[in-house]
Design a protein around this ligand. Structure first.
Ligand code: SF4
Length: 81
């Protein structure tokens, strides 16, 4: 999953405009079914080691984020609906 830093994103729209699967939303466009993904995105940064979770903490070549187990459960629920 692609993760967006919840406090660094300025909602410029660049990634939203190029996402090939239309998976990125502005905060005010998130519907009820998608809110769990927003919460999961924020949780991944909270759980990240080191300074990755802090604004400005990500550096090119730095550690990558790991998909949490809850993601596969969420995707499974979405597919079965
Ligand atoms: S909208 Fe996308 S490209 Fe723009 S700041 Fe947020 S994550 Fe980065």
């Amino acid at each position: 999953m692609y993760y967006i830093h919840p406090t660094e994103c300025i909602e410029c729209g660049m990634c939203e405009s190029i996402c090939p699967v239309d998976a990125i939303r502005y905060a005010d466009e998130v519907n009820e079914d998608e809110e769990a993904f927003v919460a999961l995105n924020a949780e991944v940064f909270r759980q990240a080691d080191g300074s990755l979770a802090e604004p400005g903490g990500w550096k090119a070549g730095g550690p990558s984020l790991t998909d949490p187990p809850a993601l596969s459960r969420l995707c499974g629920q979405k597919q079965s609906n």
